[in-house]
Design a binder for this molecule. Sequence first.
Ligand code: COA
Length: 233
Amino acid sequence: MAAAAPPPAPTEPPTTMPETALPRHPVFTRVRLATPSDVPYIHKLMHQMAVFERLTHLFTATESSYSSTLFSPDNKPFHSFTVLILEVSRNPFTDTQFDNDPCYKPVTRVVNLDLPIDDPEKESFRTRHGNEVFVAGFVLFFPNYSTFLGKPGFYVEDLFVRDSYRRKGFGKMLLTAVAKQAVKMGYGRVEWVVLDWNANAIKFYEDMGAKILQEWRLCRLTGENLEAYGATD
Ligand SMILES: CC(C)(COP(=O)(O)OP(=O)(O)OC[C@H]1O[C@@H](n2cnc3c(N)ncnc32)[C@H](O)[C@@H]1OP(=O)(O)O)[C@@H](O)C(=O)NCCC(=O)NCCS
């Protein structure tokens, strides 16, 4: 009797899914200079920031105060208050209005996500720039000066990514854009403050390469204590 053929060698179960089987959800992103028409988004984002930081009792800014102070005709981007806006879309950007901005060439990137983004607030952040484009975050910064370095730097006043868009690399894109601009302008540093309980942001900043300076305390003169100086000789 002929010997039975040996059973076929067991095949190893695949350890990873084939690339084609992974669901991919491309998100088109753009970091660009803000314009006065972005003021309503900036105001909503800043209010969300105040809620997040539990500081709404200190939030008195209005759209009108942002329009007149952030976008006064004297403001020159990167030499005064500067806002970069992060827009996202499921479709490529079709508008070209920012492409030839002499002050800043927008940074675009496609991010492939495993899951689609569920954005319950999207109608409040829908822009007029093309098909289904939404504001997802922003960064506001302006120049300061280091007498130790003998060079200007940037001070970042606010960095905010909306809840639905966090942990996808978007905060990194915004802060990278500021740091890259600082290097381009020959500036010596980029700095900001963070609340001591905001462990997620602290981890994010450390992962971006920032040092947290424990020994420095923020000092602020504001409200009636500031106003009192108006009456001095
Ligand atoms: C802080 C903030 C701007 C970060 O933006 P983000 O888009 O969520 O961050 P990114 O996805 O770019 O994160 C980049 C890296 O930072 C680190 N990081 C970011 N968020 C983190 C978190 N919640 N916990 C731990 N690490 C975190 C990770 O290393 C991350 O890389 P990974 O996702 O590959 O692990 C955003 O969470 C935010 O707006 N938070 C609320 C407002 C706020 O705290 N602003 C800063 C005030 S000072």
